[in-house]
Design a protein around this ligand. Structure first.
Ligand SMILES: [Zn+2]
Length: 405
C-alpha cells in the first residue's frame, strides 16, 4: 500500500462518473484518502512523501467483470484445444500468468465466468491469503500483491445445449435450483463467489442476428435466484437474444452477460430493475480481426459489433448500469490489455471518458460486491493507477500504467 502522504495528479477521474478534475492534491493518511483539493502544483506544501504525478491521469484500479482465467486469448487453435483439455498441473502457470497480466494493466478485480473443471477455483484455494481473503499473487521474484478474483467455478447449462466448455448440467430429472442446493452440501465442494448460468446459445457468425431459445424457463431461473439469494450469491447469466435475456431479467438475475440482440424493451427493463449489463463487445472486433477479412464470419462479427454499439448508445440514453467485461480468454481477447479495447468501444459508443471509467470501476466493483475499490474519493483506500498524459490518451496508454500497490 502507498505510504506517500500527498499526490499531485495532473488529472483525476475518480470513478463516480463525475467530471474530470484537473490539478488536484490528494492527501493520504494510513493508506486512506483524506481529502482531494484542486490546486496547482506550485501551491503544494511538499511533505517528504510528496509524489509528483502532474504528467499523469489518475483513476481507480479497473474491474473486468467477465474473464475466463483458464483460457488464453491466443488465436493458435491447437494451443486453445490443449488448454481446454489440460489438467490442473498444466494450467496452474497459465492462470497465474493471466492474473499477472491483469495486474500489470491496472486491473484490481476480475470476475471469472467459469471453466468446466473448476480449475480456477482450485488455483485460488491454493494461493489464498492467510486471512482467507484475497489470494496473494506472485508478480515477480520479490513481489507479492493481491487482486480480487471472484469465481463461479463450473457454470451451469442445460444438458445438450451450449456451455460444456465452461460448465456442467444438472443431473437427469433434477432442476437447476435442486442441483445448486445438492452441491452446496457436498463435502469437498468449494462455495463459489457467484452462480453463473448459461441461458442461450452463442452468437452466430454465419447468420446475423439469429436468436436461440432460452435454456431455462422463467420459473426455473426464479428458483435459482432464490436459492442463490439464500446463500448471499449473485447470479450472472450468459444471454443473447430477446427471450433468453427477458427471462433472466424477470427472474431477478443480477447481470446479463453479452446481451447481443436483446432489444430496446429489455434495455428498458434493465434500467427499471437496475440489472447490470456486461456487453463484452470487443469479442466481436477480435473475431473480425482474426478471421479472413472477406469471410462471411468476419463480416457478421463486424455487424454484430455495430449492433452491440447501437445497443450501448441506447443503454447510455436510458440509464442502464453497464459494467466493463472483456470475456478475456475468447479468441483474440487477451487478459489484461483487452480492458483497453472494451473501454475504447464504450467511448466510440458515445460514453464520455468519466462515464466509461465509471463502467470500468465503480459499477464493476458494485456488481462484484467489492467495497474497498471503485472510486478515488475521501475514505477510500489510496489504490490507484496512473496513465501517462491527459485523459484523452487514456485507452492508448493502458499498456504502460503505473500501479499503486
Ligand atoms: Zn464468457
Amino acid at each position: 500500500m502507498l505510504n506517500k502522504s500527498c499526490i499531485h495528479a495532473g488529472w483525476l477521474i475518480d470513478g463516480t462518473g463525475g467530471h474530470i478534475q484537473k490539478d488536484v492534491l490528494i492527501h493520504i493518511q494510513q493508506h486512506t484518502i483524506q481529502t482531494i483539493e484542486t490546486a496547482p502544483k506550485a501551491a503544494c506544501q511538499r511533505p517528504a512523501s510528496f509524489l509528483d504525478l502532474s504528467e499523469y491521469t489518475l483513476l481507480p484500479k479497473l474491474v473486468d467483470c467477465h474473464v475466463h482465467l483458464f483460457m488464453s486469448g491466443t488465436d493458435d487453435i491447437a494451443a486453445r484445444k490443449r488448454q481446454l483439455e489440460a489438467g490442473y498441473d498444466a494450467l496452474k502457470a497459465v492462470i497465474s500468468d493471466h492474473i499477472a497480466r491483469h495486474l500489470s494493466c491496472g486491473v484490481g478485480a476480475v470476475r471469472d465466468g467459469g471453466d468446466s473443471k473448476g480449475l480456477v477455483q482450485q488455483y485460488l484455494q491454493e494461493c489464498q491469503g492467510a486471512d482467507g481473503g484475497k489470494p496473494l499473487i506472485n508478480t515477480g521474484p520479490t513481489h507479492q500483491t493481491s487482486i480480487h478474483v471472484k469465481v463461479s467455478g463450473k457454470a451451469w447449462h442445460q444438458c445438450g445445449r451450449y456451455g460444456k466448455l465452461i460448465g456442467r448440467s444438472p443431473a437427469p430429472g433434477e432442476t437447476l435450483a435442486e442441483a445448486i442446493s445438492r452441491e452446496d452440501g457436498l463435502p469437498g465442494v468449494t462455495r463459489p463467489d457467484h452462480i453463473k448460468v448459461v441461458n442461450s446459445g452463442v452468437n452466430s457468425l454465419l447468420c446475423f442476428g439469429k436468436e436461440t431459445l432460452p435454456q431455462f424457463s422463467l420459473e426455473e431461473l426464479t428458483h435459482v435466484v432464490y436459492e442463490a439469494g439464500r446463500r448471499h450469491l449473485n447470479v450472472m447469466v450468459h444471454a443473447n437474444g430477446k427471450v433468453p435475456v427477458q427471462i433472466a431479467i424477470e427472474a431477478g438475475c443480477h447481470s446479463i452477460e453479452h446481451g447481443f440482440f436483446m432489444g430496446t424493451e429489455n434495455l428498458a427493463r434493465m434500467r427499471d430493475r437496475q440489472t447490470v449489463w456486461v456487453p463484452t463487445a470487443f469479442t466481436m472486433r477480435a473475431y473480425a480481426a482474426h478471421l479472413a477479412p472477406s469471410s462471411r464470419e468476419a463480416d457478421t462479427a463486424r455487424r454484430n459489433l455495430t449492433h452491440q454499439m447501437d445497443q450501448l448508445r441506447m443503454a447510455r440514453e436510458l440509464g442502464v448500469p453497464v459494467a466493463l467485461g472483456t470475456d478475456a480468454g475468447s479468441l483474440g481477447v487477451h487478459h489484461g490489455i483487452s480492458v483497453r479495447e472494451e473501454l475504447r468501444i464504450l467511448l466510440e459508443s458515445g460514453y464520455t471518458i468519466p462515464e466509461a471509467v465509471h463502467c470500468a470501476t465503480k459499477t464493476g466493483a458494485g456488481l462484484l460486491g467489492i467495497t474497498d475499490m471503485g472510486t478515488l474519493t475521501p475514505g477510500m483506500p489510496a489504490s490507484w493507477i496512473a496513465v501517462k498524459g491527459g485523459p484523452s490518451g487514456l485507452a492508448d496508454g493502458m499498456d504502460r500504467v503505473t500501479v499503486s500497490i
